[in-house]
Write a protein that binds this ligand. Structure first.
Ligand code: LLP
Length: 392
């Protein structure tokens, strides 16, 4: 996996002169290149970006400009998609639960394409939003190689409708006057093995033969950063062609992870029985190392002295607040900056206010200049929801 692109590195140095750390910084040119690469690999596919990976309006609007649609999973995300300028048919709402209140609100603001996730979900949508365009999510009951939290297609996971129940779900949807566009499978996230996808594709072919015809086949997202797309694309395209359907994909990480870095400054080494480099970003800003044991490469943005090996430790009061283990880097001075790589997906979107930490600044490098996508949250704003008054 590649290091920092030299022009982006130079831009980061300029950003460090203007902005306080920690901040997220994204390279728009990288996102554009990833969209082109996916389009080249899957020429006929409709792309629905999984906006949970990075929901910044400034990024969503650029994707809209490139003809990419959105995959959402909450009411908030649908509202954000509409705020960014997407139309109803350009947004697909997945997720295991759609409450009556949520469905009522969708009726007000515009009903997107709905992913039905269970028989009760199908019934509820039938009752509240007849006439909707829907797609049925299959639980393929297949093992995949990834972190347990990221495997969504196992039979034990909470997602989707088991293959043997698809017939019943279709009956409910059709009797309830829903327009069923097709079936959907999302096997999991950060998948690195093409074979895992091939097994899912074979199952979908079987289900289409059994229950079709349909207009659409949604093969989800989940492309790991090391996955070889050339081993996937021919199988997916061949399948869509044999079935005579439109192919949809829902990439999240693939489009934005490598475009983003979390920039942090170091404030010195400390030693217990291990050696730590203390930095001003931690689990409140980037949870993935702690939650999934995710390994993010780290690049120094300084020259530094002789190399040393240490863990990168955040400021939180938790032993698990370690952003990287056993890093060997040139020894930094106080105030030197580091880029934590592959942080463009599920970085900021999973950040929290734990320990009264304001959410960090987010910047976009357009190739020419820095654009502020989101200002640093003010600490004062954290208190606003706690002011006495009505509400709840
Ligand atoms: N489609 C569906 C239905 C999904 O649930 C997801 C991700 C995607 C597409 C996009 O998956 P991707 O292409 O990004 O792998 N927080 C975790 C990832 C959770 C993904 C949840 N669903 C992480 O930081 O790795």
């Amino acid at each position: 996996m590649s290091g920092l692109n030299p022009r982006f590195r130079q831009a980061l140095q300029a950003a460090l002169e203007r902005y306080e750390t920690p901040f997220y910084a994204y390279d728009l040119t990288s996102i554009q290149a990833k969209v082109s690469a996916l389009r080249a690999a899957f020429p006929q596919a409709e792309l629905f970006f999984a906006m949970k990976a990075n929901p910044r309006l400034g990024i969503l609007r650029r994707l809209l400009g490139l003809g990419v649609f959105l995959e959402a999973v909450s009411l908030g995300e649908v509202r954000r998609a509409y705020a960014a300028g997407f139309k109803r048919k350009e947004v697909l709402l997945n997720g295991p639960l759609k409450t009556p209140a949520m469905l009522a609100e969708l009726k007000e603001i515009g009903v997107p394409i709905l992913g039905l996730d269970s028989l009760p979900d199908a019934e509820r949508v039938t009752r509240h939003l007849p006439g909707s365009h829907v797609i049925l999510r299959v639980n393929p009951d297949l093992p995949v190689l990834t972190h347990d939290h990221l495997a969504t297609g196992r039979g034990e996971s909470k997602f989707g409708i088991l293959p043997q129940d698809i017939g019943r779900a279709l009956k409910i949807a059709r009797a309830g006057d829903l327009d069923v566009l097709g079936l959907h499978v999302h096997l999991g996230s950060a998948l690195e093995r093409a074979e895992d996808f091939h097994a899912g594709y074979a199952l979908m072919e079987q289900l289409y033969k059994e229950h079709g015809p349909f207009e659409v086949l949604n093969l989800g997202g989940g492309f790991g950063l090391g996955l070889d797309l050339t081993r996937l694309a021919p199988a997916a395209l061949g399948l869509a062609e044999r079935l005579g359907v439109e192919l949809w994909l829902e990439p999240g990480r693939y489009l934005v992870a490598e475009a983003g870095v979390l920039v942090t400054r170091t404030w010195g080494l400390k030693q217990t029985r291990r050696k730590f480099l203390l930095v001003d970003a931690g689990m409140s800003h980037l949870l993935r190392p702690m939650l999934y044991g995710a390994q993010h490469p780290v690049e120094p943005l300084y020259k530094g002295g002789a190399p040393q090996t240490f863990d990168l430790a955040g400021p939180a009061c938790e032993s698990g607040d370690i952003l990287a283990k056993d890093l060997t880097l040139p020894t930094p001075k106080e105030g030197d900056a580091l880029a934590i790589m592959q942080a463009g997906a599920y970085g900021s979107s999973m950040s929290s206010n734990y320990l009264d930490t304001p959410r960090p600044l987010e910047l976009l490098w357009t190739g020419e200049e820095w654009e502020v996508l989101r200002r640093r949250q003010s600490w004062e704003s954290l208190l606003l929801e706690e002011q006495p008054g009505e509400g709840g």
